[in-house]
Ligand binder design. Sequence first.
Ligand SMILES: [Mn+2]
Length: 290
Amino acid sequence: MKYGIYYAYWAKRWGVDYRPYIARAAQAGFDYLEISCAGLKDMSPSDIAALKKCADDHGIGLTGGYGPKPEENISSADTAIAENGMRFWKETFPVMEKLGITVVGGGLYGYWPVDYSKPIDKAGDLERGIRNMKRLSKIAEDYGITTLGMEVLNRHEGYMLNTAKEAVAFVEAIDCPNVKIHLDTYHMLLEEDDFVEAIHTAGTHLGHFHVGENNRRLPGQGNIIPWKAIGQALKDVHYDGAIVTEPFVIDGGQVGRDIRVWRKLLEDTSDARLDQDAAESVKFMHTIFD
Ligand SMILES: [Mn+2]
C-alpha cells in the first residue's frame, strides 16, 4: 500500500508553495503529498517545473484535493456558475498532468464549505452534477486523470453525498470509468452505520481513501476509529489506491477557519513534533494496512 499526507497538516493557507511539504512528507516516510488544486492554474511554467522536479527529487508522488468555491460549483442551477466551474477544471487539468497528478478527490461535484443559509435543492443539484461530471470526466481523460474522487462528506460540509450508498448511485448514474468514490474515515464516522459495510458498498468504485481520527488527528492518535476492521475491508474490496491522511491539528489561518479548528489539537505543535508525529503515523498505517 502507498501512503500520503495532505500538505495542510503543516500549513494555514490553501494554495502555497508545496516544496517544503514535499521534503517533510518524504522525511516522514510517505509516498505521496496531496496538494490543493487551488491556484494550480495560475502557476507559471517555471514554478510548475520546479514543483515537479522537487517531487521527483524526493521520490514523492502528488495527488490533488479540492473543495470548489461557490462560483466554481458545476452543479449550480446558475449556468454561468456551472460553466465557470467547468472552466476551472479545464485550466487546472493541464497543470495536473504536468505535475503527474492522476488522482484528485474532494467535493468536486458541488462546492465547499456549503452555505446552509441558502435553500438546498439536493435532487436538482444531483441531476446537474451527474450531467456535468460526465462532461468533466471526458475532459479529464484527455489529461490522463484516472480518478475523479467523489468525496462523501458529513452533513455539516455537504448534502449531495453523505453515505457510500448515495455515492454508488451517483457514480453509477455518471457511469464513467474515471469517476470514482472517495471515502474519508472522519466523515464516515458521522454518517455511516458501519465502516466495513460502507467500504464493501463502495466496492470496486472506491478510488481514493482519506484517513483521520474522529477529531482529524493523525491515524493512531485516537481510540474511536476501528482501524483493523477498516484495513481488512479495504483488502476485501481489493483497494489499490493510495491511503492519504488528512490531519488538521493547528488552529488559525484560512485553513483553520474553513476546517473549523478552534483550538490546538496537540499541546506541542512545533515543526519537530509535527514531523515526528507524522513519521509515527506512517509506521502505524503500515501495521494496519500493509
Ligand atoms: Mn477528506
